[in-house]
Write a protein that binds this ligand. Structure first.
Ligand code: AMP
Length: 411
């Protein structure tokens, strides 16, 4: 059984083809600049040639056609024909109030996704383009939607209701939804299995720290709170997103800049976060380097002259992560395990050290030596005597999508 996993953005389309017997990746790649000019990167894992070149990709339909052509071609392929793709799993960013789990795509699911456009206007139209392109290219292959929001459907009312007029929830579905659900679910499940915590009322906080970042409070394997809200702008500061700020800033910035609400939202989404503070980069590798940290160990060289704003942007980020962790200790009534995952969480000893140093008051201590080791698989960085286990767990959202897809088509 092979499952093709698709993550469609407005001008990009990432894919991975899984062999589900072995849960290995047969090929993966990325279509970029769809609707602009077009570029395809394709990497087979059977030793055949990789492809990395400009090709015209006017729409998502041509992108899917190009992916299928590469997957089945003599020079770059990993399967001999389309019939070897048994199902397609799509990442769907928002499932609104309707989806509590993954869903086999039919006309009703498409209708509900279309209704979710009002909640995620930047993401759902792109997800739908990916789904429609695959339906057209593979009309007889089952398609499954896996929602970023689904894992958070267990969040209780008191945590998802915003303190604004209730009618917006009742009439317009405005509430906290949360995102990165597949990642929070994947890493918390691994920790529960690794530590033998099944059914033990485990209290886990998962920190998905990447280009977009969110935290989740996971009680006994179920999400009970998360930092992102009705959109992925809320919560901790991110690469370019501001996270939680005083909502009056929209009015204040609009007055300063003479910008419309939409233009001001663009500033908060694309020009804020750590980039907004340091003015140079949203990539933590650049920022840590500018702050004088060693790329491998994250230790700061005492003879370095750190860039003040680079250091400040890291300080703001780590402080907010630690502050939300503290608030989730309240939500969970304690803390057993703290998990770091995604690009920054998996690869930045600096961020893990800074965040954990702010949490010593609640009994979180990490082993400096272990923390300076590069993760690649599960890494336990807990210091002897720490009340809380601290784990680095590489996330794998595509594998979760492939597994959910298999489960749904096997029913
Ligand atoms: P993601 O969205 O999970 O792919 O994470 C991407 C982000 O991870 C990048 O923009 C970087 O900020 C960060 N990142 C990746 N590698 C490293 C590293 N070695 N050290 C610090 N940050 C990293």
């Amino acid at each position: 059984m092979n499952v093709l996993v698709i993550n469609a953005g407005s001008s990009s389309l990432k894919y991975q083809l899984f062999n589900m017997q072995t849960e290995t990746i047969l090929a993966k790649g990325n279509c970029d600049r769809i609707g602009i000019d077009g570029h395809l990167k394709h990497k087979p894992s059977n030793g055949k040639n990789a492809f990395d070149s400009d090709i015209p990709l006017p729409t998502h339909a041509e992108a899917i056609a190009a992916v299928i052509e590469k997957l089945t071609s003599d020079d770059y392929g990993v399967i001999s024909s389309l019939s070897e793709i048994n199902a397609v799993g799509h990442r769907a960013v928002h499932g609104g109030r309707k989806f509590f789990g993954s869903a086999l795509i039919d006309d009703e699911v498409i209708d509900i996704l279309e209704d979710c456009i009002r909640l995620a206007p930047l993401h759902i139209p792109a997800n739908l383009m990916g789904i429609r392109a695959c339906q057209k290219a593979m009309p007889n292959v089952p398609q499954v939607a896996v929602f970023d929001t689904a894992f958070h459907h267990t969040i209780p009312e008191h945590a998802y209701i915003y303190p604004i007029p209730y009618k917006y929830y009742e009439n317009n579905d405005i509430r906290r939804y949360g995102f990165h659900g597949t990642s929070h679910r994947f890493v918390s499940a691994i920790a529960i299995e690794h530590l033998g915590l099944e059914g033990k009322n485990s209290k886990i906080i998962t920190c998905h720290l990447g280009n977009g970042s969110s935290l989740a409070a996971v009680l006994d394997g179920k999400s009970i709170d998360t930092t992102m809200g009705v959109t992925p702008l809320e919560g901790i500061p991110m690469g370019t997103r501001c996270g939680s700020v005083d909502p009056s800033l929209i009015d204040v910035i609009s007055s300063i800049e003479g910008t419309s609400i939409k233009e001001t939202m663009d500033i908060l989404n694309k020009k804020s976060g750590v980039l907004g503070i340091n003015g140079k980069s949203s990539d933590f590798r650049d920022i840590e380097l500018a702050a004088g940290a060693d790329a491998d160990t994250g230790f700061v060289d005492s003879s370095a002259t750190p860039d003040k704003l680079a250091k400040l942007s890291l300080d703001v980020f780590c402080y907010q992560v630690a502050k939300f962790i503290g608030s989730y200790v309240v939500s969970l009534g304690g803390l057993d395990v703290l998990i770091f995952t995604a690009g920054i969480g998996e690869n930045s000893p600096y961020v893990r050290r800074e965040v954990c140093s702010l949490l010593e008051g609640i009994g979180v201590y990490i082993d400096e030596q272990k923390n300076a080791t590069r993760a690649g698989s599960l890494l336990d960085v807990t210091k002897d005597g720490s009340k809380v286990k601290v784990l680095v767990i590489p996330t794998n959202e595509e594998l979760v999508i492939a597994r959910d897809t298999m489960e749904l088509i096997s029913k």
